[in-house]
Design a protein around this ligand. Structure first.
Ligand code: GRF
Length: 187
């Protein structure tokens, strides 16, 4: 059985889409949800689905003897960042080479980097007058949003689009393509 760990800081709609997608799968399962935010919606989603969740402080995240040990004990094969807002520590990058992936709600290298998350990204897309946007799934390295791209999917921006309608279009792409891409990487 391949084991997925999802790291998320917020609502967790992508975490939920991933959990739903792998339900009943005989070779891949979501084994752990990690969050740095005790208020994160993703904790309830994990509980509802009987998945272990861990709330980690910054120091626990950065400690190989704490989070590192949990991931090793659960035999985690891939770490999936689904709206996780903290930088991944070096020991995890070394232990999981090309096994940590992130989802960004725009077409990197556009509209990425520290502080570019959530609605800020879609507002920047609109302000820039872009004619399309989309999602980027990429490997994680020591800098925000700079690892090698695995997959991009685009959606058009049309007259009358607002940051909210753009967010909806992007989220649709995320829920469709993130689980499929994780599966492909694990097979
Ligand atoms: C998504 O837009 C993802 O691209 C970004 O953070 C957001 C998380 O949303 N990295 P949710 O918590 O999965 O709803």
């Amino acid at each position: 059985m391949k084991q997925i760990a999802i790291f998320a800081s917020g609502t967790g709609s992508n975490a939920e889409a991933i959990i739903e997608y792998f339900k009943g799968n005989s070779s891949i399962q979501v084994a752990l949800v990690v969050t740095n935010n005790p208020e994160a919606g993703v904790i309830k989603i994990a509980h509802r689905n009987k998945i272990i969740s861990a709330i980690v402080s910054k120091s626990a995240l950065n400690d190989p003897e704490i989070l590192g040990r949990v991931l090793a004990t659960l035999n985690i094969d891939i770490i999936v960042l689904a709206g996780f807002l903290q930088l991944i520590p070096g020991y995890l990058l070394q232990r999981y080479p090309n096994k940590i992936i992130n989802l960004h709600p725009a077409l990197l290298p556009k509209h990425g980097g520290k502080g570019m998350y959530g609605m800020k990204v879609h507002e920047a897309v609109l302000a820039n007058g872009d004619v399309e946007t989309g999602i980027t799934i990429h490997y994680v390295n020591e800098r925000y949003d700079e690892g090698e791209v695995i997959l991009q999917k685009t959606t058009d921006i049309t007259l009358g689009d607002t940051s909210e309608t753009i967010a909806q279009k992007v989220q649709k792409l995320e829920h469709e393509w993130f689980p499929k891409t994780i599966e492909k990487l694990l097979l």
